[in-house]
Design a protein around this ligand. Sequence first.
Ligand code: SAM
Length: 371
Amino acid sequence: MKRALSKDIEAAPLSYGSILLNRDEFVTALGELDSQTEIAPLRDMTSKLKRRVTLADFELSVDGHTNGGFVAVRRDVLSSELDQILESRTIERARYYVKRLERGINKVKTSKINDINLHRWKEHTDVITDSLWVLPKRDTNGAHLGWYWGNFIPQIPHQLMLRYTKKDDWVLDPFLGSGTTLIECRRLGRNGIGIELSSEVASRAEELVRREKLRHPTRTEIVIGDSRTVDTQRIIDAAGAKQVQLLVMHPPYHDIISFSEDDKDLSNAATTDEFLKMFGEVLDNVGPLLERGRYFALVIGDKYSKGEWIPLGFLCMSEVLKRDYSLKSIVVKNFEETRAKRDQKQLWRYRALAGGFYIFKHEYIFVFKKK
Ligand SMILES: C[S@@+](CC[C@H](N)C(=O)[O-])C[C@H]1O[C@@H](n2cnc3c(N)ncnc32)[C@H](O)[C@@H]1O
C-alpha cells in the first residue's frame, strides 16, 4: 500500500525510502524493549520489531512534519539503529540504544541556528559537513535556469540555509544577480531580501523568483540599488523584518566578469585595492542588519593577473575579519566544468605548463559568525 503523506507528518528529511510509524505504537514497543532485564529476550523482541519495520508496506517519498500520531523515519537509518541494539553485548548498552531511538522518535532537539533535529542527525545525509565540496552537477530544477553568467549553483545557498537558518528566518543577499538565493529561500521556506545594482538583471530575477512555487508562506523582496549605499533600514522596515539571520554574499570576483558599465559595480573597480575598498563598504552598509551570533557566508574565487595569482578570497576574508566577525570555516568548492571551459581545456593546460601556474578549479565559501 502506498500512502499519501500529509504535510503535517514529521518525516525523514529527504525522500530516501521512509516508513510511516504510528508514534504511540512504536514508542510502546520500544518501552517493552527497555523494560527487559536480560539481553536474549531483548534481542529476540528487537528482531521481531525489525522484521515488522522492514516488511512494512508503506513507502513514502516526500517530506513533511508531525501530526502527533505518525512519524516518518528513514527506513535504512531505523534499520541500522535496530541492528545496533541487536549487536549490543550487554543489556545496558542495548537499553541505551533503545532509549536513544525512543528520544529520536519522540523529541525534537534543534540548535538556535537551524532546524536540524539533532536526535535524528543520521537522517540528514543531505547536509554537507566537510570543508571540500565537490558538486558535479548544478541543480536545474524549477526556476533555476542557470542563464546568468557568473551565477552560483543553487546547492550553495541551499546548503548554507540548511545549516544556518530556521524556517521563517530572513536571508539577505546583497549581490543578487539572477536570484538563485531567493529561489532557494522560497523552496526552503525562508524569507529573503536581494539587492542588485542592475535593474535589468533584477527584473529578470524577479520574474524567475516569482515563478518558483511558494511552499510555505514567506516573503521575497528584491531591491534595485548599490549595496554600498542603499538605505538598509528602509529595506528591512519595508520587508517587515527586524534583522536578518543569514547573510550570503557572492560579489564579482573583481574584473573576471564585467557585469555592467556602471562604476558603482564592484567588477569595475580600477585596482584590487579599490575592489577591496568597495567590498568593505558593502560590509559596513549591510553587515549591521545581521543578527549577532548568526552567520555570514562569502562565496568568492581568486584571479590571475599579469602572471600573478591574486588571492581575492583571502584578501576579502581579511576585510571581513577587520570587522566584528569570527571565522568558522573555509570551504573549498570545485568549479563545474562548463562547455566553454571544456572546449578550452587543452589550451589552458598548455598555458599552465608553459606559464608555471595551476588552472583554477576551485572557489571558496568563507563562513563567518557575527560576534
Ligand atoms: C557574482 S554575481 C552574483 C550572482 C548570483 N549569486 C547568482 O546566482 O545569480 C555578482 C552580482 O553583483 C552585482 N553587483 C555588482 N556591484 C554591485 C553593487 N555595488 N551593489 C549591488 N549589486 C552589485 C552584479 O550586477 C552581479 O549581478
